[in-house]
Structures are given as C-alpha cells and as structure tokens.
Design a protein. Structure first.
Length: 355
C-alpha cells in the first residue's frame, strides 16, 4: 500500500484493499474540486485524473520528481499489470513498464501491488503479491533488476534509506522481512505466529520498523538489534500505519472500526480513537502540519485529522474506493479503484492540504 518517517530528501511510501463512494468529474487532465470543511485549518482542494485500470498504490520520488504507481487487473493468471511513471503536477502517465512474464503459456506477469521508492539508490521496490515475492526496478530506465522470493502474500514495502534497508510484510505467514537495498540480500526475518502484518512504517532515525497486524489488532515493533518484537495494542482491524514526525506516535487506519487510532509508542497504548469512515484503509502523516490523513474506502473520502485534539478537520471527496494515500511536502496523492474514467480507468487525486 507511505506517510513514513523518511531521511531528509528521501520519501518512500506504500498499502492495498474494498467498496463504494462518489466520483469526481473527469477530463483528460486534472480537475480541481473543493474540499468539505468540518473545522478550522481547512481549505484543501482535490485535483483528479484517470490513469489506468487496477490502481493499487503510489510512491513519490523527490529525487526525480516522479509519482510512481502500481496497477494489476484481475485474478491469477494476472496478465495485465504495470509500473507507472506519473507526472505529479499534471497526473499524466509519462511511461509504463510491464513486469516480467512468469508463465509463457498463460501470459501471466509478475504483477505489482505495493510500492516504495529508494531515492538513495534510485530504485523502486514493489510487492508481487500473487508471486510471493518483492522486486526492484531502476528509476531511471524502468528496468526490472531483480525479484526476491520468499515473501508469502507480499503486501506492503517501505524503504529505510539511512540504514539501507527495505522492509516487506509477508501477510500470508505472519512475517516481516528486511532486505539490503544495496545488495538485495535478505538481512532479517521476524515471524509472529498468527499475525497478519499489512501496512508498514519505519523510524528513519532509529531504523525501527512497525507493522500493522490486521489479525491481532496490534502493532509489531521491530528494532534493528532485537530479534524479539514488541507487540503494542491498537484499534479494531489495523491495516495501515504511519508515524509522527518525531517518531514517538503511531497512527493506524482501523478497517473494522472505521477510524484512526493514535498510539503513544513509549507507553504502548492508544490515546485517542477518531471515527473517519467505514473501511478506513490507508493512513499518512503530513509532516508539515502534523495532520493525519485517512482514506476511507466505503464513503469514498479522505479525512484530515488533528491527532493532538483527536478531531476531524476536514472531509474530502475522492473517487469511489480510495485505496491508498501518501503525503509529501504538504501534498497528498490518493489512488482509487473507482473505474470511472472514460475507458473504465481508476483515478489519481492530488490534494493540496490546507493549513
């Protein structure tokens, strides 16, 4: 499925997901829509444009000023999938790269779903959920560099540029796997029996990784040196996670509860629970303002939350079925699964977050 605490000048993101909502008017280019204010500090606007069918996640590269996005259509054998290079200003596709073929007879490809950017090494990492692997692509050329097996139902991925590490959630077997971003070798594997690690975040200063455990209603905290993870309770059905700028607070989008949990990581306790909308699916932090954004699948909205007060600041309409949100420099990018484009495409949305 990114707002993940990142090294200065480095951004990475990720998440995946379900249901209905309202669609914005579409043209060939981005069209602006006003947000619906529900409190002070509002004034956000939403611009939308159709991309392709089967959108899943996006990640912004500051190094290249590119929005990377993944798409995959249908169930196995998946024959239509692409890694998209998108202009973040116009929301137009600049290039599209097809993953390698895995079965010549069926035409199946190594479909891409989750995504993270490694600006330190100028690469893009993807999760290949159907193939139980992750892959690495060159940002400059879009060339597929390597596929790394052994990640069962690989869901999300996040890059820790400072510590040359990419973390992937292996949802199928309750495992979080770390890879070296220089050598692509596996460097750590932590399993929590019965867990379902989904969304990921990493503290860029300490290198501590956090996984939202969808099965256990908790956060799995993995430090760089410890082999035994710490388990921290959160809300009902955490599927995505983000961190505050200082790394002391975690935020989870709780799919079953339809809201946001604010978690004090030192105390290991939920301090606030904020209803945002049914099917809360993806969460990201605006490091500029401290606001937290939650994509709500069922109503087709993104909720802006003041986590300190535990209040909703603003509710913004996107297309139906928003699937992933990430924030960089006061701008949020959302991809949906609305299928409302002129040719049935899903949409990308750029939200300029109000102060």
């Amino acid at each position: 499925m990114t707002s993940l605490t990142c090294r200065i000048r480095r951004t990475a993101a990720v998440a995946v997901a379900l249901a209905a909502g309202s669609a914005l008017a579409l043209t060939g280019t981005a069209s602006a829509q006003p947000g619906q204010s529900t409190g002070k500090g509002s004034g956000s606007t939403v611009e939308s444009a159709p991309l392709v069918k089967g959108l899943y996640q996006s990640a912004y590269s500051e190094r290249n000023n590119v929005l990377w996005a993944t798409s995959a259509v249908g169930r196995p054998p998946v024959t239509t999938s692409s890694l998209l290079k998108v202009d973040p200003r116009t929301l137009k596709v600049k290039a599209s790269y097809t993953p390698p073929v895995t079965n010549a007879e069926t035409g199946a490809v190594e479909a891409v779903y989750g995504i993270a950017v490694d600006d330190e090494h100028n690469t893009v990492w993807t999760t290949n959920t159907r193939d139980n692997s992750v892959a690495v692509y060159d940002q400059r050329t879009g060339k597929h560099l390597v596929s790394l097996p052994g990640v069962n139902h690989a869901r999300e991925i996040v890059v820790d540029a400072k510590h040359n590490t990419a973390w992937a959630s292996s949802f199928g077997d309750g495992t979080v796997v770390a890879f070296d971003t220089r050598t692509f070798k596996e460097k750590k594997r932590v399993t929590v029996e019965g867990s379902g690690p989904a969304g990921l975040a990493v503290n860029a200063r300490t290198g501590t990784a956090y996984a939202a455990d969808l099965n256990g209603d908790r956060i799995i905290e993995i430090t760089r040196k410890s082999e035994s993870p710490r388990l921290i309770p959160t809300g009902d059905g955490p599927i995505s996670i983000a961190l505050s700028k200082d790394g002391r607070t975690a935020y989870t989008a709780d799919q079953a509860a339809g809201g946001l949990s604010v978690i004090d990581l030192k105390k290991g306790a939920v301090t606030k629970s904020v209803p945002t909308g049914a099917g809360a699916l993806s969460v990201a932090t605006d490091r500029r303002t401290g606001s937290v954004l939650v994509a709500n699948r069922t109503p087709g909205t993104v909720t802006v939350v003041d986590p300190a007060k535990g209040t909703v600041v603003e509710t913004l309409a996107t297309g139906a079925n928003p699937n992933h949100v990430q924030v960089t420099g006061g701008t949020a990018f959302v991809v949906d699964k609305s299928g409302t484009g002129p040719e049935g495409q899903d949409q990308a949305h750029r939200i300029r977050i109000g102060r």
